[in-house]
Write a protein that binds this ligand. Structure first.
Ligand SMILES: [Mn+2]
Length: 290
């Protein structure tokens, strides 16, 4: 690890947020560190709303979880559990989206899951070269056809790891996944809908109602943003949301955020746009989560 995430001036005891990295996928270590590094260069005061975004956040960064094999992913669950047992907020930096499945395992079963993602991730099984690469741990790793970055939400749903879920800003998925979502009470709020007239207000209302008085797990796949503002992702999808839309939706969450992650950034050379956006998104999340 290079520099830790910003505000890492507290001891573990003094902190209320514990950050950790999950090195899952090629370039994951580099990408997670790029977010950490970018966090030192962003103004924590939001001039428009006159808020210090980190006024309540006391972050302690424990570094990256060691993964030497696929089975080590249970360390994500263990780490998340121990942070929860200390009464603190886990903030996971990924790595592939499969890490979210393992973090979610440590969460209470009645949690409301909010996923910002361009993709449904609801396939029953899936494997292509890209997925193998995404879930890369080491040369000898066999990737699970059933449980990977494109299927994790399906399996989290099958295993009843949340009470309700919404995938926000989604714009990629096949008909089978649509049917599955509908049958299983997973709300898909497409980016098309968000970008339509009054769509953002309507979605904000839905999220408020969904989360009111509830525990919330928030997962941000960076590819939910339009590729023009977040190019450093594995699967860029056109028609993404803006940062303004993201902040408005985050603000509408009425429940208590009990866990969060920012995943799927893949660093590209000579371009820091995406990691700066990711770090700023973390600030916004921490403003409402602490
Ligand atoms: Mn995605």
């Amino acid at each position: 690890m290079g520099r830790p995430l910003i505000t890492n001036i507290y001891s573990r005891e003094e902190s209320n947020v514990i950050a950790f990295g999950v090195i899952l996928g090629r370039k994951a270590a580099e990408s997670v560190n790029a977010i950490r590094e970018a966090s030192w260069f962003i103004e924590v005061f939001d001039i428009a709303s006159k808020r210090n975004l980190l006024e309540r956040a006391r972050v302690y960064d424990i570094g990256d979880i060691k993964l030497t094999s696929y089975d080590d992913l249970e360390n994500v669950t263990k780490t998340t559990s121990s942070i929860l047992s200390e009464g603190k907020l886990p903030l996971m930096l990924g790595g592939g989206h499969l890490a979210t499945y393992h973090a979610l395992k440590a969460m209470p079963k009645d949690v409301i899951l909010l996923v910002f993602d361009a993709h449904c991730d609801l396939r029953e099984s899936y494997m292509d070269e890209k997925i193998v690469e995404l879930d890369y741990i080491n040369e000898s790793t066999m990737i699970d056809k059933k449980l990977n970055d494109a299927t994790w939400l399906r399996w989290a749903s099958e295993e009843k790891m949340f009470k309700k879920a919404a995938v926000i800003g989604v714009r990629s998925g096949d008909e089978e996944q649509l049917v599955y979502a509908k049958k299983n009470g997973i709300l898909l709020i497409t980016s098309e809908k968000l970008l339509s007239r009054n769509g953002l207000n309507a979605a904000a209302k839905i999220l408020s109602n969904l989360t009111k008085g509830r525990k919330v797990y928030l997962s941000l796949d960076i590819d939910v943003f339009d590729p023009s503002i977040a190019p450093a992702v594995d699967h860029p999808e056109p028609l993404g949301i803006s940062f303004r839309e993201f902040t408005k939706l985050i603000k509408s969450i009425k429940g208590r955020i009990v866990g969060c992650d920012v995943v799927c950034l893949r660093k590209i050379p000579d371009n820091e746009v995406t990691e700066f956006l990711a770090a700023r998104a973390i600030f916004e999340i921490l403003y409402y989560a602490t």
